[in-house]
Design a protein around this ligand. Structure first.
Ligand code: DON
Length: 599
């Protein structure tokens, strides 16, 4: 495993600390992907009717199977989510949480929030030892890291709200994949071997994911009978099975025996939420665009819209154009400074969404960019967001603490059906293989507790980050997320469905895919293949994919930027719509063998 460095800072001191990684953090972004095809597809997959783009061929096929059986995009998305819980155990899940953004063909939009919540027994200082030091393992590995999962409740709610098929129907492909097994890919075999040091600490993880210590090899058939049995019970009894049925009891008995905090009451109390998606409008070359994205407790939609607003009047020419790159990087820097200070669970914190996404505020922020030189994150601080017509002085001052998140795995998928309904969904266990602990009911458990501020003023365990106080641990609170499922509408018609994993790089990868499609006019696959870059305010460094042109890096260095290379950033599985033909253009991310399947 390659080691990497996560950096945190206090806004006041811009102090940079280097934090060691928690063991087992097999960071997908930092790995060299041996199995990434040498030649990336240059064309999107075309489909006249439906399209599904996910990290895994089998996941995409599960979605298409449901579309072909008469399901709509939401039916297919729920089928994909359950199928990825089987075939992509690093991130696909029923033991984690996520977000699903739906836009129906008639224009209605809904955001399903099934983010995990902190258990009732969780306390602000639960990861701090008697010596006052943060336990850098407990919030990441093992049962204490687990937040109350939301996925099953959220998927059922989405299906009940908009689906046409029954839960048992859409879960069919997942049950089949778990029961009869599927061929282990080279990627999965390698990941599981890399995760061995952590997975082997937990009995069920060792038995199920390490083949009782013998490991899996590419081509082996991977069957998951416990998971199949759990999925069948859920298919029969609904989400109630997961939250109060036999599965709930198995999960809770296990977690309590092993020192975790979650109780049956926590499961019974869990509720997914329906939230209003964020919208922002743009006019470009005579076309009207609506950018629809994720509200808090994600920081992603606010960040994307704030960035798009700041770049509204900037003539973007491409990422081989120094000025475009410079303006995009400085925009990211400012957006991330605001993210750190203002974003948290909106049910408990006052998040100034209107100010952060207002045009007047964006203009003020954009005016702080020196068009010729790199700014310094020592001097760029969170701004004072305000809506047009209200002066900044009357707005809430920023918190003085930085909140940054990063992570190695999560998964995003996109679905469009024949009628033009669309789903963008990102869901996660947080770290790759979550807490590494597996329930006796056959599913991996998340380590989402580490997305909270585990100790104010001290870097959290997984990513070495300091986070804002508004994001402190408290029972029932949702930890701040960066997940950014996003949908674009052009002249009233569906245009682009996108999103990514990657902790804070989710925001940059998703933003770049949107800019590439909407502002730079790239075709769907080019928008995904284009080299990515990321700046998150602190550390004050541009992270660039290894394929980014060396000449651009040199030009950035000359302008005063510090740069660092990374294997890849994000895994964007997107779908574009051809405005001429209406065809669905499936653009899966070739960085890690994503697959688009259409018909
Ligand atoms: O919700 C979040 O922002 C994080 N739990 C996501 C972690 C992540 O994306 C790791 N992935 N690559």
């Amino acid at each position: 495993m390659k080691s990497c460095v996560r950096v945190m800072s206090m806004a006041t001191a811009a102090l940079v600390l280097l934090a060691p990684l928690a063991r087992g953090q097999a960071t997908a972004e930092y790995r060299l992907h041996n199995d990434v095809p040498g030649t990336w597809p240059q064309q999107a997959v075309r489909g006249a009717r439906g399209m599904v783009a996910t990290d895994e061929q089998l996941g995409s096929q599960a979605g298409v199977e449901i579309l072909k059986r008469g399901g709509n995009a939401v039916d297919a998305a729920v089928a994909v989510a359950f199928a990825l819980a089987v075939v992509e155990p690093a991130a696909g899940n029923i033991g984690g949480g996520g977000f699903m953004l739906v836009r129906l063909a008639d224009g209605r939009t809904t955001f399903f929030d099934y983010r995990e919540v902190a258990p009732g027994k969780a306390t602000r200082d639960m990861y701090i030892g008697a010596d006052g030091k943060l336990d850098k393992v407990a919030s990441v590995v093992g049962y204490k890291a687990v937040a109350v999962p939301g996925t099953v409740a959220g998927l059922e709610l989405a299906l009940k709200t908009y689906g046409k098929l029954k839960l048992a129907d859409v879960m069919g492909p997942a049950i089949h994949l778990a029961e009869d097994g599927f061929p282990v890919s080279e990627k999965l075999a390698r990941q599981l071997e890399e995760e061995r040091p952590d997975l082997q600490q937990f009995t069920a993880s060792r038995r199920i994911f390490l083949n009782d210590g013998k490991l899996f090899h590419a081509g082996d058939t991977f069957k998951q009978p416990e998971l199949a049995a759990t999925l069948k019970r859920i298919a029969k009894n609904g989400a109630a099975e997961f939250y109060r049925g036999e599965t709930a009891k198995m999960f809770v008995d296990d977690i309590q025996r092993m020192g975790g905090l979650i109780t049956l009451e926590d499961l019974v109390q869990y509720r997914p939420k329906v939230r209003e998606a964020l919208h922002a409008n743009y006019e470009l070359d005579g076309h009207k665009w609506d950018v629809i994205s994720s509200p808090p407790p994600s920081s992603g939609g606010v960040a994307i819209i704030e960035a798009m607003n700041m770049l509204r009047d900037v003539p973007l020419k491409g990422w081989d154009d120094m000025q475009s790159l410079h303006m995009a990087v400085e925009t990211m820097r400012r957006v991330f400074a605001d993210r750190a200070a203002y974003l948290a669970d909106p049910d408990f914190a006052k998040v100034p969404v209107d100010g952060l996404t207002s045009d007047c505020y964006a203009k003020e922020l954009a005016a702080t960019i020196d068009p010729e030189h790199a700014s310094s994150s020592k001097t760029v601080k969170a701004g004072t967001p305000h809506i047009c017509g209200v002066s900044a002085e009357n707005s809430a001052p920023p918190e003085e603490i930085v909140s940054l998140n990063d992570g190695p795995h999560t998964t995003h998928f996109s679905v469009v059906d024949a009628a033009g309904n669309a789903v963008a969904s990102t869901y996660t266990l947080n770290n790759s293989y979550g807490s590494k602990a597996t329930s006796v009911a056959g599913f991996l458990l998340n380590d989402e507790m580490d997305d909270f501020t585990t100790q104010p003023g001290v870097p959290n365990a997984l990513f070495g980050l300091i986070q804002s106080d508004a994001n402190a641990i408290a029972p029932g609170h949702r930890p701040l997320s960066s997940m950014t499922p996003t949908i674009l509408v052009r002249d009233g018609k569906l245009s682009f469905v996108t999103g990514s994993p990657g902790g804070p790089t989710i925001i940059s990868a998703t933003l770049l895919s949107v800019l590439n499609w909407m502002r730079l006019g790239m075709d769907a696959q080019a928008a995904i293949n284009a080299p990515r870059f990321h700046h998150q305010w602190l550390p004050d460094v541009i992270v660039m994919e290894k394929d980014f042109p060396a000449s651009m890096e040199a030009a950035l260095n000359a302008q005063g930027y510090t740069t660092r290379r990374r294997g890849h950033i994000g895994l964007v599985n997107a779908i574009g719509i051809d405005p001429q033909t209406g065809e669905r253009l499936g653009a899966a991310d070739p960085r890690d063998n994503g697959a688009a399947v259409g018909y």
